[in-house]
Design a protein around this ligand. Structure first.
Ligand code: PEP
Length: 255
């Protein structure tokens, strides 16, 4: 019997100015004030973190960042560090999103450094892994994910890893309107959990929350959340509208 608490997280990507972020977060907290038994996080762009942090104070919604750099400070123009994100009110940080791997040269090695830095700063990393369409077609899904997990989690002890979450995001399902079938998602989540068991032991594997991401919407969230190894969702496009994101957060009542 699982005791993992569900989590619904929103990744706003590079959308929303400060006033827009303020308005969206304000509307969201109104709509989800009755949500129970679920952790909620939104990750606005870095410019809006402090604005949104003020709106989220004393609400059930936590703040997350979409990225961080692994040094605490220094001559790294344009980068933002873990302690800076903490000071802006962040509790979570998304690491290794496929868009960062695809457009900004992130590798399993940089992901590993970022995870280590996030944990050292006291942030909860949401670690993204996922295969491309051609990798799935070539039957390489498991080997790609094993490599991302092995290299991304290098040198981490079970104790250090404990607060982290994994997000399985098949690249072919992100922003495309295509969702993995429940069977495809469950199969991969079970594989990721068995990887965690081999790497960190059964207790950590059983306790770690594994989110699914890729065109999650109100219409498919209940079906995904019913699966035994899916503990939540990382939502992109559908998290930008408070109505839609609130519907996803209230998935249980919709099922
Ligand atoms: C994401 O950005 O992590 C994501 C899953 O996007 P979307 O929900 O839009 O597919």
């Amino acid at each position: 019997m699982t005791t993992r608490r569900p989590m619904i997280a929103g990744n706003w990507k590079m959308y929303k100015t400060c006033p827009e972020a303020e308005e969206t977060a304000g509307a969201l907290v109104q709509k989800i004030s009755d949500a129970a038994g679920v952790d909620i996080m939104i990750a606005p762009p870095a410019t809006a973190l402090t604005t949104v942090s003020r709106i989220l104070r004393d609400t059930p919604v936590d703040l997350g960042a979409q990225n961080l750099f692994w040094e605490d400070e220094g001559a790294y123009t344009g980068e933002v560090s873990g302690p800076m994100l903490v000071s802006a009110g962040c509790r979570y940080v998304i690491i290794g999103h496929s868009e960062r791997r695809q457009y900004f040269g992130e590798t399993d090695e940089t992901v590993n450094r970022k995870i280590t830095a996030a944990l050292a700063a006291g942030l909860i990393p949401v670690i993204c892994v996922g295969e491309t369409e051609s990798e799935r077609d070539a039957d390489k899904t498991f080997s790609i994910l094993d490599k991302q997990m092995e290299n991304g989690l290098k040198r981490l002890t079970a104790d250090a890893f404990k607060p982290a979450l994994i997000a399985y995001e098949p690249v072919w399902a992100i922003g495309t309107g295509r969702t993995a079938t429940p069977e495809q998602a469950q199969e991969v989540h079970a594989r990721l959990r068995s990887f965690l068991e081999k790497r960190f032991g059964a207790e950590t594997a059983e306790a770690t929350r594994i989110l699914y991401g890729g065109s999650v919407k109100p219409e498919n969230i209940s079906e995904l959340m019913a699966l035994p190894d899916i503990d939540g969702a990382l939502v992109g496009g559908a998290s930008l509208k408070p109505d839609t994101f609130s519907e996803i957060i209230h998935y249980k009542s919709a099922s």
